[in-house]
Ligand binder design. Structure first.
Ligand code: HSE
Length: 299
């Protein structure tokens, strides 16, 4: 057993997927963080959660961080006899800001650090495991690597291209969640060729806009593949996106919603009553580790 002595602390960022036209492919790491503290103990599983999800998430083996840690221990072929896990969550759940990706990536990175497994489980393998656990790569990629990510699956292999990106972000977070499963269920099996063509061009433009041509962001964030189909389960969010865009603000639904993300500042007056607002920077680092004996940063 090579478990490190003492606690390991992992900080993992929120993320926004899709970014308008880049459905199931683009992701952006955001400077809003969950923090996990994990420690090997003699026996048992001890979980404490504060912040988002407290009182709602299970405090047993089905906790998403624990599931991810156990999957990582299985891959590494070793595990501590007991675990203490403390989650300090700032990423709201069910709002399209990558809370499940943060839990999965955080669990993998924490487990790897706890057993000094960085040499045996590199970032590429960690990304594959995170994608397998999440079911798609577009949130786990920025959660693990930071920055702007283009992620895809080739056969079963998860792939990612990471890019630097520095753009101001404001998020408007509604008080009630929308399930990703429900939002995905609203998407059609097929779309018009003209809409696919439209999105392909806008997604290409968006990479340019986010990496050096911000004046293109309004055009570059247009979408015809998912947002309008999902409007019935998040009508206020959809309306806010439309009204911000009419005012020339590049606004989109974050991930599967219902959070509204705008690449802008100075728009706080648009905040609907009862919603929360955050001014965020792009996170450049992804999941980071403190307290392990080995350098086990993810990036
Ligand atoms: N690309 C995904 C979707 C992100 O929009 O359904 C949600 O996890």
């Amino acid at each position: 057993m090579t478990s490190v002595v003492g606690p390991v602390t992992v900080r993992v960022p929120a993320s926004s997927a899709n970014l308008g036209p880049g459905f199931d492919a683009l992701g952006l790491a955001l400077g809003l963080y969950d923090e996990l503290v994990v420690e090997a103990v003699d026996d048992g599983l001890h979980i404490d959660v504060t912040g988002a999800g407290a009182g709602e998430v299970p405090l047993d083996e089905t906790h998403l961080v624990v599931q991810s840690m156990n999957a990582t221990f299985d891959l590494l072929g070793e595990r501590p006899s007991g675990l203490r896990l403390t989650c300090r969550n700032a990423i709201p759940h069910g709002r399209g800001l990558g809370s499940s990706a943060a839990a999965i990536v955080g669990g993998i990175v924490a487990a790897r650090a706890l057993v000094n497994g960085h040499d045996r489980l590199d970032d590429r393998t960690a990304f594959q495991l995170a994608t397998d656990l999440e079911g798609h790569p577009d949130n786990v990629a920025p959660a693990l690597f930071g920055g702007l990510t283009i992620a895809w699956v080739d056969g079963a292999a998860a792939e990612v291209q990471r890019l630097d990106c520095d753009v101001p972000v404001t998020v408007f977070v509604p008080p009630t969640p929308v399930s990703t499963e429900a939002a995905r269920g609203l998407l059609p099996e097929t779309v018009p060729h003209s809409d696919a063509t439209f999105n392909a061009g806008r997604a290409a433009l968006l990479i340019a806009a986010l990496t050096g041509a911000p004046e293109r962001l309004v055009n570059a964030t247009e979408d015809r593949l998912h947002q309008s189909y999902r409007s019935s389960v998040m009508p206020e969010s959809y309306q806010l996106v439309r009204s911000l865009r009419v005012d020339g603000v590049p606004a989109i639904i974050s991930g599967a919603g219902p959070t509204v993300l705008a690449f802008a500042r100075g728009i706080d007056e648009a905040l609907p009553a009862g919603w929360a607002l955050h001014h965020l920077d792009v996170d450049a680092y992804g999941a980071t580790v403190r307290g392990a004996t080995a350098d086990s940063g993810a990036a």
